[in-house]
Design a protein around this ligand. Sequence first.
Ligand code: GLU
Length: 437
Amino acid sequence: MATPLPHPHVQAHTHLPPSFLDPHHLGPWGIFLQQVDRVTPYLGELGRWVETLKRPKRLLIVDVPIHMDDGSVAHFEGYRVQHNTSRGPGKGGVRFHQDVTLSEVMALSAWMSVKNAAVNVPFGGAKGGIRVDPRRLSRGELERVTRRYTSEIGLIIGPNKDIPAPDVNTNEQVMAWMMDTYSMNVGEASLGVVTGKPVDIGGSLGRREATGRGVYTVAVEAAHRIGLKLLGARVAIQGFGNVGSVTARLFAESGAHVVAVQDHGGAVYQPAGLDITALLAHVAAQGSVAGFPGAEAVPPDAFWDVPCDILVPAALEQQITASNAGRIQARLIVEGANGPTTPEADDLLQERGVLVVPDVIANAGGVTVSYFEWVQDFSSFFWSEEEINERLVKIMRGALTTIWQVADEHKVTLRTATFIVACQRILHARDLRGLYP
Ligand code: GLU
């Protein structure tokens, strides 16, 4: 038999950041290091453990070879990073994207540690990714990539070790394949190994909407605190995936006007408010918000100039930068995405008096309901959607209240306050457990 040729989709390189400890390397990991440096002065005695946060506990790079439908063999590069497990097992999503790098997964895993501590769920932080454009794969190819990746990272994941979940371009079906692959390998149905599963195989009611619902909940709370009325407020949303679309629907239902939405295909603007139900149907049929009838098309960069009161970045990292932060008209930014704002942009927004509710609290609704799912799987007792949503709102509001108090006390941004609360919790656990051996 002839040796299979490498597939043309393949881009297999190890995307290693230059140094774990270089905060000047402004990839996502460098940004995380800067964020840690900013809070170190507030950590008191616990500051002696801060190095723990600057070094991920465990990094795994795996080769993911699969048979493509055309008979060739393609290799993709996969990652799973466990940033910290002081407070519990690693927890965080898996993203499929052609531009995923190790630096990015390291940062995302670290933000999971901070996020999980900020909402006080008993998890450490982890994240995974595969450098693949899932849009270019058939369903069969996507399943094979998912299963092989799961098998490769099977060494370090498990219901008590590290629990993956959906993230960019992964969904309930991908989680079902991951759960099945892991279960086949260990010889038992392991429900708790991933969250964000379909409800019929141990998933939780309310999980699909949870991140968007959490974003909306903290947005309402923050708007109230700064005297911004939701009724008639103009909202712009970047990203119309699982997070952006749910957030948009909840805003529209509450009487706010979602005036602009941007996704990978373009941006649309309608000052009277977009019809979100019709926009969802358009996206289901066309694959993008672009071309939505009755709305004005907006060039990509002009999205940041649209007149709005609330801005929700719900796409990828490093979208709000020094080059657009000065033009943003919103009074309130609520980060649905992970890492959408660079540190320079953060400073500019603070100078301009724009309030930023950071990712590590704003989008924590997803992992909060993942925690509920994990608990339900272990107890084999499932809760009603009403119960889930009530508990979610309670946790999100409580976490925001704590962070707001810390921000007032130290006169710092909500991001720095969230890092102070979360890093203290992580390093306190580190301190209690001590070093082994
Ligand atoms: N991927 C989501 C996040 O970034 C959810 C992670 C989880 O549920 O474990 O928070």
